[in-house]
Design a protein around this ligand. Structure first.
Ligand code: F6R
Length: 593
């Protein structure tokens, strides 16, 4: 996902922009650029590659009064210098950075081409800049030109815009986040608060279809009727926003090890003093539903499978978990009174936003479980619950998954009015800590044994199957080993054909109900030559098991044993010498369908 940072009136503005772009790089990018504006001159530096590379292109003395920076994740056009942002308008009077996707780009380009306007890049962004410049020629007023352009642009955009010679940084937004940070004698903009939190804790969040500008001391925002809108100042919990390795070598390791503190913060937030603190109306709506529908992608989808099992087994409410990108092509809302739960760490996943648009055509209630307040899904759903995980920088999601699962369980506990669930969740903390203190070495030893294999399997049943799916995704995305999760009972229906001498098979046995069947599966794969690693709980363990964890109520398994899976993926990637936090081809937020 692209990232925007901008500033006006800031001392050491260039340093702020460079470090801001680095802070946003967790979102994933393939090129970067900066525009410096002062007096009547605008200098643009941009290229494919890293922010460090960009920095090396900029003369040491370069600085500006108004500066905008951008990290680009290619959508329209290849990742190269020409397509990198910032983009000039056709007349070189405006320069722009943009996050999002213009849906009617063909139409807009045709309109502008007929006016004789040419394009140098393949991007939709350049067309926005030129449209504003074109409208400005008629309106002679930048704000009016922006509004007229917004009337014509369909799609998502968060935009920072500079007009040559003006000491203002213009902004406009629709369906893509953009935040203003108010400083003392300077003002900032960014896609999220993380680059700004070191300099201010006064924020303004733009709503969809708002536009305006900041100067060094103030801001003005308007709606689509051109009326000034008054905005509330927002402050943020700096600890949840800051990107800081805190002595760790990688964000992924730091984030795995934050899981116990995330869970206790979550419990404190939603169930302090033994009492559930959820919105009563939300709980009533869930109680009244005859079907819970989950929509999610990737890791969040895996959390939804666990959550679905909680709703079914603890509340008796039927559920269906859908992969968002699949559901969108065949939208189904089972039940007469369905309640729809979206799960998304980022709150910006395009596949889910697409689903939300479809769901909104019906009148059903929606809840988003997210880690990102102010995100598109957070604002678009009727109810929203934050997983309290704090910013997750590593592309591979870890603490957000554990928090999603724990929050779903707390929600079920609140509907069930069962305080024992809170106790069980809190009971997971010392066990996760025990994994961290006592099991890391053995997990690393397993990583050493699997790292050179091309392919491996995770197997489990019930909760352990859902966990296998998440473990398998985590391993493949950062170690690039082909990994597949198989429900124990499904082995004999095909996948067992793939087991040969030495194939690693990692088995989870944490549930009494399925343990005996899993032991039979182990025999089946062993007899075909598999190299089996068993992760079990004490009461279900055998002497030969690889990793044995203290006992706990099996339904909280995904919160606990996921740590083992996360460490295993982490160590495997590390031993293979890969970039753990930024695996190839992946972005933290997937804002394209
Ligand atoms: C895997 C991972 C992805 C995300 C998926 C959905 O570690 O992080 O599979 O879970 O892209 O993202 P969100 O939860 O932001 O909607």
């Amino acid at each position: 996902m692209c990232g925007i940072v901008g500033c006006i009136g800031k001392n050491h503005g260039r340093e702020y922009i460079i470090s801001g772009l680095k802070t946003l790089d967790y979102r994933g990018y393939d090129s970067a650029g900066i525009a410096f504006s002062k007096n009547n001159s605008i200098e643009v530096y941009k290229d494919a590659g890293s922010v460090e590379h960009l920095d090396s292109l900029i003369p040491e003395k370069e600085d500006g009064k108004v500066i905008i920076g951008h990290t680009r994740w290619a959508t329209h056009g290849k990742p190269n210098k020409t397509n990198s942002h910032p983009h000039f308008s056709y007349d070189q009077e405006f320069v722009i950075v943009h996050n999002g996707i213009v849906e009617n780009i063909g139409e807009l380009k045709e309109f502008l081409s007929k006016k004789g306007i040419k394009f140098v890049s393949d991007t939709d962004t350049e067309a926005i800049a030129s449209l504003i410049a074109f409208e400005y020629k008629n309106e002679k007023d930048v704000l009016k030109a922006i509004r007229k352009s917004m009337e014509q642009i369909h799609g998502s955009y968060a935009i920072g815009l500079i007009h040559r010679g003006e000491d203002r940084l213009y902004v406009m937004k629709n369906a893509s986040p953009l935040i203003i940070g108010l400083g003392d004698g300077f003002n900032l903009i960014a896609s999220d608060a993380s680059p700004m939190i070191e300099f201010t804790n006064k924020f303004i969040e733009l709503e969809d279809k708002e536009y305006g500008f900041i100067d060094a001391t103030d801001f003005s925002l308007f709606d689509m009727h051109g009326r000034a809108v008054s905005k509330e100042l927002i402050s943020k919990n700096a600890d949840l926003i800051r990107h800081d390795l805190n002595g760790y070598e990688h964000f992924m390791l730091k984030e795995i090890e934050e899981i116990p503190s995330v869970i206790s913060r979550l419990v404190n937030h939603y169930a302090s003093d033994g009492e559930y603190k959820f919105d009563k109306e939300l709980i009533k709506k869930i109680k009244g539903a005859d079907h819970i529908i989950f929509l999610a992608c990737g890791t969040s989808y895996h959390a939804s499978l666990v959550g679905g099992r909680y709703f079914e087994s603890l509340l008796g409410i039927p559920t269906t978990s859908y992969i968002a990108s699949e559901w969108a092509f065949h939208p189904m809302l089972p039940g007469k009174k369905p309640f729809i739960i979206f799960i998304s760490q980022s709150g910006e996943t395009a596949d889910l936003i697409h689903c939300l648009k479809i769901v909104k055509k019906s009148n059903h209630d929606t809840l988003i479980i997210t880690n990102t307040n102010g995100s598109t899904l957070d604002r678009g759903c009727k109810y929203s619950l934050n997983v309290q995980a704090g910013v997750e920088v590593s592309v591979a999601s870890t603490k957000a998954y554990s928090a999603q699962v724990a929050l779903l369980l707390l929600l079920v506990g609140a509907v069930k009015e069962d305080p024992s669930i809170v106790k069980d969740i809190m009971g997971s903390l010392p066990i996760i800590d025990f994994i961290k203190k006592d099991k890391k070495q053995i997990i690393k030893a397993v990583a050493t044994q699997i790292k050179d294999h091309k392919s491996l399997f995770y197997i489990g049943r019930g909760y352990d199957y859902f966990l296998s799916m998440e473990a398998s995704l985590k391993l493949k995305e950062i170690s690039y080993i082909h990994s597949e999760a198989i429900a124990g009972g499904e082995l004999k229906h095909g996948p067992i054909a793939l087991i040969e001498q030495g194939t690693p098979v990692i088995v989870f046995i944490t549930d009494k109900v399925t343990a005996a069947s899993m032991r039979s599966n182990i025999e089946e794969v062993k007899s075909r030559g598999a190299n089996v690693f068993v992760i079990s709980t004490k009461e279900l363990s055998k002497n030969t098991d690889t990793i044995v964890i203290k006992d706990y109520p099996s339904y909280i398994s995904s919160i606990i044993v996921s740590s083992v899976a996360f460490y295993l993926a982490y160590f495997t990637s590390l031993l293979k010498g890969y970039n753990v936090d930024k695996p190839r081809n992946l972005a933290k937020s997937v804002t394209v369908e």
